[in-house]
Design a protein. Structure first.
Length: 609
């Protein structure tokens, strides 16, 4: 049965004078044209994000594309969100409230319009990573039971392949054409109160220690609370220009770098995929005698990235021309770049110090967050509040506590050391309005992730991350950061589970990679571990035992090895999940009496680490 065909989600700027639109079907060969008469839609839901969107100066820039210098104002954005919402809502006569709307879009204005139009429809936005293999995308579509699949022109082919994979719930399929510059005008916009409690929000998939990745449902209220918390702590303003270098199927790239800047009226400049020379040239451009591209005269004031990006920028800096080097140093200095943030993985102190030296004293701000909670803990704006090794204090509206990993007791303030004077390690537990609602269709995992409290103020989310907490004498004393940045600071020690590997800002489930390895005919046993990596934080490594009759099944009859493994997994795993090292053991992988592998011991025995 062919996929249902509906109107593409076009911007006002792409609608021809004839109002002619193209209907998309599963088969690209069977496209048909339909004349559609559109009525004007002029209402957005009366929610904080859309109230802010309406109240911003409509002539201010909202989104800029660095490579092409295409730019879109808040007036363009409001108009295009309205029109995309109208077409999206029109895909189903019963409405999309609470329904999952999956979308494949490049890092662009199209992504922003699509995301906001889904939220404005009271639906649940489900961004898909274009880099994922079809198998992973199919799992997400099946698990989420998405009702609509939207793809930009660039990814229409991938969306077609996904539909052909045989989804459990056949979605409505829309193709969104490229938006033209400056053709939209918002006109009169009204805010409409929802007749019922909002059922919209966002769903992001995260690798966990269960059998498969889990869908994290973040309701509209939690998205608003997360953005409001960051707005207070990091003080985004309409004068900020944020350089966006991040993938958009993670909380970092969506809430920190899209939702919050839009709430504040800042401008977002997309530059993706990441390229060191391009980033340095852009940072340097306003301080060169003549900017190399139009629109590059605006300085970047806000940069949020992962440690790997900062490390690669530092490594490539010496190769730049001297004129670019001088201008780039000015671009990242404190008087021009007001905030540079590092997150999603631990920041090595040498990288932090090297960036400070290069930038004439700009100190990277570290924070702690995860898909389920957004950003939860952060260092402050005052340089004295950016302490090496610390992720800071609980953000505004976030409650945090430590639960002793040995005694399961809450570590109360002042009880951070045991009777012998040693620091007590505890699991970080969080609660407040920023916390996610549930793991989609997984009540067991949801229930296991929360713990009750006798105070009756709500359950605590168990993060699985271990930390210590201590007062730092010179931190939290100033007034720059705000009243929230006071008291003992948190220092992350690692994960309760060794099965979560953080590599280059991405989280990898070792169990997921093991499942894929064990599906290969050559492999009898497999254990996946994280090894220390100066460049990536951690790198994925596989320890395998081959089946006796499969040892010499590599190319040209040679021993089956790492290259054969990568070829076999190419279409099964995203590139960052691919093991970078593989060790083949003779016999069996050592296990305890319960049949479990002690991975810490195994790493020491196999890799000597």
């Amino acid at each position: 049965m062919p996929a249902r065909a509906v109107m593409p989600l076009l911007s006002r700027g792409t609608v021809a004078s004839s109002r002619q639109t193209l209907l998309a079907s599963r088969s690209c060969k069977d496209r048909t044209r339909s004349w559609v008469t559109r009525r004007s839609l002029s209402s957005l839901p009366n929610l904080p994000l859309f109230r802010a969107l309406q109240n911003h100066d409509q002539s201010n820039l909202a989104v800029v594309h660095s490579s092409s210098a295409r730019s879109f104002t808040y007036g363009n954005l409001v108009a295009d969100v309205l029109q995309a919402k109208e077409r999206l809502v029109g895909t189903d006569q019963h409405g999309l409230s609470g329904e999952r709307v999956a979308f494949l879009a490049e890092n662009s204005y199209d992504y922003v319009v699509t995301l906001l139009s889904i939220l404005a429809s009271d639906a649940i936005a489900l961004p898909l990573s274009p880099a994922f293999p079809i198998g992973e995308l199919k799992y997400i579509m099946d698990n989420s039971q998405a009702k609509v699949l939207v793809a930009t022109e660039k990814y229409a082919g991938k969306a077609q392949d996904l539909l052909k994979a045989g989804l459990e719930r056949e979605p409505v399929f829309d193709v969104k054409e490229k938006i033209k510059v400056g053709a939209s005008n918002s006109g009169s916009v009204s805010l409409e109160d929802l007749t019922k409690t909002s059922r919209g929000g966002m769903m992001l998939y995260t690798s966990g220690t269960t059998n498969r990745p889990k869908g994290v449902l973040i309701p509209q209220s939690a998205l608003t609370a997360q953005a409001a918390s960051l707005l207070e702590a990091w003080r985004y303003t309409p004068e900020d220009r944020l350089l966006h270098l991040l993938p958009l199927h993670h909380i970092h790239g969506t809430v920190n770098a899209i939702v919050t800047p839009i709430l504040a009226g800042s401008s977002i400049e997309f530059m993706f995929p990441f390229n060191t020379d391009a980033v340095w040239k852009r940072l340097a451009a306003p301080f060169l005698p003549s900017p190399p591209t139009a629109g590059a005269n605006s300085k970047i004031t806000f940069l949020t990235a992962v440690p790997t990006i900062y490390n690669r920028l530092l490594s490539s800096f010496p190769t730049l021309p001297s004129e670019t080097q001088e201008a780039a140093r000015k671009g990242i200095s404190p008087e021009n770049m007001r905030l540079n943030i590092s997150g999603s993985a631990a920041l090595p102190t040498p990288i932090k110090q090297a960036w400070k030296d290069l930038s004439n004293g700009n100190v990277l701000l570290e924070r702690y967050g995860m898909t389920e909670v957004g950003m939860a803990i952060s260092c402050g704006l005052d340089f004295a509040d950016r302490v090496d090794g610390s992720v800071g204090w609980p953000l505004p509206s976030v409650e945090a506590r430590l639960v002793d990993t040995e005694t399961n007791e809450v570590i109360q303030p002042g009880e951070e050391r045991d009777a012998n004077g040693r620091e007590r390690e505890g699991e970080i537990q969080l609660r407040g309005p920023t916390i996610f609602q549930e793991y989609w269709a997984n009540a067991k995992a949801t229930n296991e992730s929360f713990g009750a409290d006798k105070d009756g103020k709500g359950d605590w989310f168990k993060t699985g991350d271990v930390a210590t907490r201590r007062v730092v004498p010179d931190a939290g004393k100033g007034t720059t950061s705000g009243e929230w940045a006071q008291g003992p600071m948190y220092f992350i020690q690692g994960r309760l589970s060794v099965d979560i590997i953080k590599t280059g800002g991405e989280k990898v489930s070792a169990l997921e990679v093991e499942r894929e390895l064990l599906s290969l005919p050559q492999i009898a046993e497999a254990a996946v571990v994280g090894l220390p990596s100066e460049q990536w934080g951690q790198k994925v490594a596989a320890i395998v035992v081959l089946k006796p009759d499969m040892v010499n099944t590599g190319r040209n009859g040679k021993a089956w090895g790492p290259l054969d493994m990568r070829r076999a997994l190419k279409d099964r795993l995203a590139s960052y999940k691919m093991p970078q090292e593989m060790k083949v053991l003779d016999g069996v992988i050592p296990r305890n009496a319960m049949g479990k592998v002690n991975k810490k011991t195994l790493v020491k025995e196999v890799f000597g680490i």
